[in-house]
Write a protein that binds this ligand. Structure first.
Ligand SMILES: Nc1ncnc2c1ncn2[C@@H]1O[C@H](COP(=O)(O)OP(=O)(O)OP(=O)(O)O)[C@@H](O)[C@H]1O
Ligand SMILES: [Mg+2]
Length: 227
């Protein structure tokens, strides 16, 4: 049975009073992998920010992992973010602690208290992205691709229903980007839903999936030959 993890109807996306996207209609089912493409400034990050409630939704209807974006209160936002895994272009790892401690920090901040449970969960997510052998390294001791894999592991900590990745390969060379894509597709193969912003058309050709495009203030699905 398919389950809707994201639904937008007649949504307007704004940066302050500037309207970035109009009449966005989008349904995402559990297990889908979706690319979001478009020129710089076309509104991709603004749309993603609206989905993780960094920008408010004032126009249209939107539900994401059972939260109503129009009715969201300030106090709901941390709970919404826990149901989402968010991955950015810059990995945003804390530079002053090890990989293990980076992940431990997130779990403690999201209410985990039991030491063995924390240990087990961290080992599980690091193993899933192939980074368990690096658990005791500092972020600066890892390559960009390795740091991004840790950032993906961090996004998996609270078993999110939906992963939002804004140019996760934006800072990586083609080979390393391909490795990160393999990790994302493996996670998707385990039933997780992923929406990924990218500029990289070579990736789209190599790893085809449903593709949405932001252009001239609209979002629409494109087929690959017309990219
Ligand atoms: N914090 C902000 N305040 C005001 N306007 C903003 C802000 N961030 C982005 N904008 C504007 O909103 C529009 C969409 O920007 P957005 O960051 O969503 O584009 P993007 O598609 O993610 O671009 P890129 O590919 O360069 O990341 C642009 O016109 C941009 O100048
Ligand atoms: Mg952007």
């Amino acid at each position: 049975m398919s389950k809707t993890v994201l639904s937008l109807q007649g949504v307007g996306i704004y940066q302050n009073e500037h309207k970035v996207l109009s009449n966005v209609n989008l349904e995402v089912q559990k297990g889908e992998f979706i690319y979001l493409i478009g020129k710089t400034g076309s509104g991709k990050s603004s749309l993603m920010k609206t989905l993780y409630a960094d920008l408010p939704l004032h126009e249209g209807q939107g539900t994401i992992v059972d939260y109503d974006l129009r009715k969201l209160k300030e106090k709901d936002i941390p709970f919404l973010r826990r149901s989402l895994g968010v991955v950015f272009q810059d990995f945003k790892l804390l530079p002053d602690r090890t990989i293990f401690e980076n992940l431990q920090f997130v779990l403690k901040a999201t209410g985990w208290t039991e030491k063995e449970g924390i240990q087990r969960k961290i080992e599980e997510v690091l193993d899933r992205v192939g980074m368990l052998p690096h658990a005791n390294k500092m972020p600066h001791q890892l390559s960009g691709g390795e740091q991004q894999r840790v950032a993906i592991a961090r996004a998996l900590l609270n078993d999110p229903d939906l992963i939002l990745a804004d140019e996760p390969t934006g800072n990586l060379d083609p080979q390393t980007s391909a490795e990160v894509m393999e990790v994302l597709f493996k996670i998707n193969g385990n039933g997780r839903t992923i929406i990924m912003v990218t500029h990289d058309y070579a990736l789209l050709l190599k790893y085809p999936a449903k593709t949405l495009k932001c252009e001239d203030g609209s979002v629409f699905e494109v087929v690959q030959r017309s990219l």
